[in-house]
Design a protein around this ligand. Structure first.
Ligand SMILES: NC(=O)c1ccc[n+]([C@@H]2O[C@H](COP(=O)([O-])OP(=O)(O)OC[C@H]3O[C@@H](n4cnc5c(N)ncnc54)[C@H](OP(=O)(O)O)[C@@H]3O)[C@@H](O)[C@H]2O)c1
Length: 278
């Protein structure tokens, strides 16, 4: 399904932007960049209550000054993904950590209801653990209370997703993964998501795929559409059903990245880019 023709898509009855602005690694620039991104036309942001890589409170400060209806997605991050600036008591149970982290996100974001809430990454590499199941149940409780509209997971492999799906009472709306072109744009996980009705969000589409981004075969496509190779890569991702995140810090790139609905790749161009990706 080509997601690049529209600015929003329906996910479990919620309108979700087809491209999100990512707020990682922006530190004190977060406030200004989120304001710039919303002014440029982004309809949603991605953040996390993980001070090591995100400044959620600064994203919230920018949201407070924005008039429009912005889709807001944030995350619960395990202790091992955090530095000493924790949004919860690490000696509390995992379900209590989720409740505390979420309450802190509500304060940072100035919102009682958050549009999407993700588990930032599973506890173990090899399996969906009992800890993950406890975290998921706590996220389901937030969903039951109407405090989060959609829940999902990040940084997962099929083994995690199968474990989650076998026990979930509230089905995941999203998977958010780093998307390597060389792995068929995370084909295994995307195929499982497609089969299970889960939307796939991709990050590092440019930075993890410099070979593709810089490939000379993209140049004629970019020339035909009068865009840059970066725009072609993002548009290709949308054309195969990926919801891209971009964390650009450049306002001209923000506008370029948002230009996707007017760009349509031919089936030959899609096949060409698919063949370069592997
Ligand atoms: N769940 C997770 O564990 C996880 C991990 C990583 C990221 N994320 C999320 O995903 C978001 C995006 O991360 P990312 O890794 O995809 O992006 P990113 O690291 O922020 O990088 C985007 C890169 O692409 C460049 N770029 C963007 N648009 C461009 C354009 N039109 N032309 C040229 N260069 C362009 C940017 O450069 P300029 O700044 O110069 O434009 C930047 O170097 C993060 O902010 C975060 O919200 C989540």
């Amino acid at each position: 399904m080509d997601l690049g023709l529209e600015r929003t898509v329906d996910v479990q009855g919620v309108r979700v932007p087809t491209m999100l602005y990512g707020t990682a690694w922006k530190e004190d620039a977060t406030y200004g960049l989120v304001k710039d991104a919303l002014a440029a036309g982004f309809l949603g942001i991605d953040t996390a209550n993980q001070r090591k890589h995100y400044h959620e409170a600064e994203a919230g400060r920018a949201l407070a000054e924005c008039a429009g209806d912005v889709f807001v997605q944030t995350k619960f991050t395990y202790r091992r993904g955090q530095d000493e600036r924790l949004p919860y008591d690490p000696s509390a149970s995992l379900s209590e950590q989720v409740r505390q982290s979420f309450a802190s996100s509500q304060q940072h974001l100035g919102r009682r209801v958050v549009d999407a809430y993700l588990l930032h990454g599973p506890e173990l590499d090899q399996a969906w653990s009992a800890g993950d199941a406890e975290v998921w149940r706590a996220m389901e409780a937030l969903h039951d209370q109407g405090l989060v509209r959609l829940i999902g997971v990040s940084n997962v492999r099929p083994v995690h997703l199968r474990g989650l799906l076998s026990a979930a009472r509230v089905r995941p709306a999203f998977v958010q993964n780093r998307c390597y072109a060389k792995q068929g744009f995370d084909r295994d996980v995307r195929e499982l998501c497609a089969a299970e009705g889960i939307r796939y969000q991709g990050f590092s589409l440019l930075t993890a795929n410099r070979d593709l981004w810089g490939h000379k075969a993209l140049h004629p496509v970019a020339r035909r559409l009068s865009v840059t190779p970066a725009q072609v890569v993002l548009r290709y991702a949308l054309s195969i059903g990926i919801l891209p995140l971009t964390g650009t810090t450049d306002t001209a790139h923000m506008r370029q990245d948002l230009g996707y609905p007017s760009l349509v790749l031919t089936s030959d161009e899609q096949a060409l880019i698919g063949s370069l990706a592997g």
